[in-house]
Design a protein around this ligand. Sequence first.
Ligand code: SER
Length: 327
Amino acid sequence: MTVETETILVTGASGQIGSELVPALRKIFGPDKVIASDVAEPALSLKNSGPFERLDVTSREDLARAIKNHRVKAIYHLAAILSATGEKFPQKAWEVNINGLYNVLEASRELGVKQIFCPSSIAVFGPATPRINTPQDTILSPTTIYGVTKVAGEHLADYYVKKYNLDVRGCRFPGIISNETLPGGGTTDYAVAIFYEAIIHRKYTCFLKPETRLPMMYMPDCLKSIIQLMAADFSRLKHHSNFNVTAMSFSAAELAAEIKKHLPDFSIDYRPDFRQAIADSWPESIDDRAAREEWDWQPDYDLPRMTADMLRILGEKQKQGKLTYPG
Ligand code: SER
């Protein structure tokens, strides 16, 4: 008789981070040990590579059922509404980001889940925060509902660490750039769209101003940070759910110039929209010394390396006729 062993649950598995984190976790822990879940129908590749549960994190019952059925011992809670979509649907952002996290924490406390990862964001910062090399411990007064939910989420998670000894960990992610799944509804998403437009049309209209500088990270570094933070010795951690992490900072114009080195006929113009105000309220660069000291964080990709890799991979996809982009 085979004894069912403990598993990992990933919420928001069809999202930008989830669709790459699930395969990475399945490689480490085995395909059957990682339960992918999402409120939406998954891509075939996700469905065919291991167990999948259709799950809405705003339903505590559904969540509890999945945890019990699969003997879940760790949750990577990625289901969330991002900044730009949040401004269009603030109530929905609160419901998913806050009630979803509360359900995950409560169900975990009641059902003996041992470890949780929940991403936070640079959106926790606001106009009153120092914008350059933003410190780890500083003013958190966001102007977006997304930022409000992430600040509350960090505090809620830290409360569960102290009150219930639940091992909750998280990073404040900057903009994440990837070539697998398109991001949905973020302010930093221009830094992904620009690559697709550069490859397909050789031109891009940016919704932020050229001088807008934001912290960013390439997906391989994002995955590395999650896996490394979750494996870190708990006794070394002074922070828990709110580690600043970063890999590079660049403006929209600097990114365009880097792309032009590879594609000389690429051109960009700028038509800022409501997302400009969101970007203006966020840091230009952040100080991630706490992550470096407490769990040895170290990124691998800077702007030139990330740009070269993005263009190479998307270019190959295009040659194979596999580049899908709705824009
Ligand atoms: N990438 C996110 C956004 O733009 C920030 O965490 O909403």
